[in-house]
Design a protein around this ligand. Structure first.
Ligand SMILES: Cc1ncc(COP(=O)(O)O)c(C=O)c1O
Length: 412
């Protein structure tokens, strides 16, 4: 079992990446300093080629005919994602976004009035809104586990709430959108397995950045996008559905002719695999691009990515910590490659625009993305910088210098 609170585990060997070669294969690296991988990673050339190739094929031979011609490659989406997260292809459903995967998963749970959803104060904004919507429609109760003093959820307190409330669903986000926190999802999962509770994990920011093992996490359902640290195309994501959930007969509320067979005028039967959570229509170029991006990430090596990517962020955080007027906001025993900070004397949009003007891609987070976390930190907004393995130490230092320069202007 890997140590969830350690960035590098115990005695893990240092893995090297050929960063120059990886950058040469990433056209965006020649144009921008891309520190918005938590928004969307830069596509690698082989991924782009696969997608453009498929669009050309569709144009030449017809969309249905092109997907039939590429059926074997389409299947690779499932084998690649399964290999990435230690699952089997039948447990994987393609989704157009992580949010769509998450909503579909939630829709499969037959919530009743007073059922409890147990979650954390760091669960992703759209998940929290979905819970509130379920509360409005079905009268479910939402319970938030408290945080530990060092940041992130207090797992033992969460486990105590599991025993008291016997929640219908336990939900946690591995890495939130608004800070570098890494939640101990496998420790939470051990309690869920012990108590036989349904467990849904949002791994949107961690897939492609960390080794993800659904067996180790002990989740029943896991959602992610392919466009962030996995460097896949926009409009792609997936849902992992465990055998336990499939066998128990969970199915999305609006199951279609791909997820089910209309076996008689008055009845249908869901298919046996996670395809139950998909729809008939697929953006095939995107599916193929996602398969190619996953293959690419696995070839680069997820363990090597897991070492380099948060280490670049840590270097940036260390630099920013020393800049007058900058307040680094990330808290928790282990941090991911999302660096968040506030800057004295600046409003959010002008600050981001000033970074844009220097050719540095970044993102803003606001209080309404993180009602609990930003209230605790007493901030209304932050800038988020999220490097990836193809960024360089020189870029990190350049970005830190740019922030320092702008922060100096804010203090004048
Ligand atoms: C933690 C987390 N979960 C879910 C999502 C939603 O992903 P998507 O935009 O693919 O629906 C995001 C997007 O930023 C995220 O950061």
């Amino acid at each position: 079992m890997r140590d969830e609170n350690s960035a590098t585990g115990s005695a893990r060997e240092a893995l090297q990446l050929d960063v120059a070669a990886l950058r040469a294969e990433t056209p965006g690296c020649r144009k921008v300093i891309h520190f918005n991988n938590a928004g969307c990673g830069l596509l690698a050339a082989p991924v782009l080629d696969v997608m453009v190739g498929h669009l050309n094929l569709e144009a030449r031979m017809g969309g249905y005919e092109a997907s039939a011609a590429r059926a074997a490659e389409v299947r690779e989406f499932y084998t690649e994602i399964a290999a990435l997260i230690n699952a089997t292809p039948d447990n994987i459903a393609f989704a157009g976004s992580a949010t769509h995967a998450y909503a579909n998963a939630l829709s499969s749970i037959p919530f009743e009035t007073d059922d409890v959803i147990l979650t954390t104060r760091d669960d992703f904004v759209s998940n929290q809104i979905a819970f509130l919507s379920l509360r409005k429609r079905f009268g479910v109760r939402i319970v938030h586990a408290p945080d530990a003093p060092e940041g992130g959820v207090d797992v033992e307190a969460m486990a105590a709430l599991m025993r008291t409330h016997r929640p219908r669903l336990v939900s946690a986000t591995h890495v939130p959108t608004n800070s570098g926190l890494v939640s101990p999802v496998a420790r939470i999962g051990r309690h869920c397995r012990e108590l036989d509770l349904l467990y849904l994990v949002d791994a949107c920011q961690s897939v492609g950045q960390f080794v993800i093992d659904v067996e180790e996490i002990g989740c029943d359902l896991l959602t992610a996008t392919c466009r962030k640290f996995l460097r896949g195309p926009r409009g792609s994501g997936f849902l992992y559905v465990s055998d336990r959930v499939l066998r128990a007969g969970y199915e999305p509320l609006f199951i279609d002719m791909h997820g089910a067979r209309w076996t008689e005028p008055g009845g249908y039967e869901p298919v046996g695999t996670a395809a139950r959570f998909e729809e008939w229509e697929f953006p095939y170029a995107t599916v193929l691009g996602s398969a190619a991006a996953t293959r690419y990430a696995r070839k680069v090596g997820i363990e090597a990515i897991e070492q380099r990517t948060p280490a670049l962020a840590a270097r940036l955080r260390d630099r920013l910590e020393t800049v007058p007027g900058v307040r680094v906001l990330d808290r928790g025993p282990r941090l991911a490659a999302l660096v968040t900070f506030g800057v004295e004397g600046w409003q959010p949009q002008p600050f981001k625009a000033a970074m844009d003007a220097r050719g540095i891609n970044s993102a803003l987070s606001f209080r309404e993305f993180a009602q609990f976390d930003f209230a605790d930190k007493g901030v209304e907004w932050c800038l988020r910088l999220s490097p990836h393995y193809y960024n360089t130490e020189e870029e990190v230092d350049h970005v830190a210098d740019a922030v320092a320069d702008l922060a100096g202007q804010g203090r004048r």
